[in-house]
Design a protein around this ligand. Structure first.
Ligand SMILES: Cc1cc2nc3c(=O)[nH]c(=O)nc-3n(C[C@H](O)[C@H](O)[C@H](O)COP(=O)(O)O)c2cc1C
Length: 176
């Protein structure tokens, strides 16, 4: 299986990247091929709604999204790894998702999807907007949820290492 992992945190050793790394370790051990796109360290211009792509064509911006385009169409699974920023996903990963617009016609094919998300608060309720966004997105695309690792109560970089969630991400990657 080919898996595209899209991360959204600017903290290289941050909590969502730690979940992504553990997920990737499990997936690779299970024999899957993993490609990774770290949105926060790439140049991806936000969609400007010019509609030149017609939702299925060439985007006016030729930037690092080309990598996502080249790897998402034939991916069997797509993983979204993001911190919570003001109750939503990070702007960095959202910019990448919005650019799906130009390849919308090519990605409505069955794929598995995974959500890895970290946040500082401990209330489960506060994770709901991101979970709901993720579920709406994959339903629209015709993808199916293969699992989520939602890690509350982690604020400083690295805090997630002292929880069970990296192990959960590893197990999810291995079981995919
Ligand atoms: C701009 C910004 C906004 C944040 N907003 C929230 C929030 O709404 N709720 C919350 O619980 N934590 C919030 N946090 C904390 C992060 O979600 C938390 O530290 C997370 O584990 C960071 O993941 P990372 O290490 O992968 O970047 C915010 C952090 C930043 C920098």
């Amino acid at each position: 299986m080919k898996i595209l992992v899209i991360t959204g945190s600017p903290r290289k050793n941050g909590n969502s990247n730690t979940l992504a790394e553990n997920f990737i370790k499990g997936a690779e051990e299970a024999g899957h091929t993993v490609v990774r796109f770290d949105s926060a360290f790439k140049n991806v211009h936000p969609c400007v709604a010019c509609n030149k792509c017609g939702m299925n064509g060439q985007c006016v911006f030729k930037d690092d999204f080309e990598f996502v385009k080249a790897n998402i169409i034939d991916a069997d699974a797509v993983v979204f790894a993001t911190p919570m920023y003001y109750f939503g996903i990070s702007a960095q990963i959202k910019a990448v998702i919005d650019r799906f617009y130009a390849i919308n016609g090519q990605i409505h094919v069955p794929k598995k999807a995974v959500l890895l998300m970290t946040y500082a608060d401990t209330s489960e309720k506060e994770a709901q907007p991101i979970i709901s966004h993720y579920e709406s997105l994959i339903k629209y695309l015709g993808w199916s949820d293969a699992g989520k690792v939602i890690a509350p109560g982690v604020w400083p970089e690295g805090a997630v290492k002292y929880t069970k969630y990296p192990e959960d991400a590893y197990t999810l990657g291995k079981s995919l």
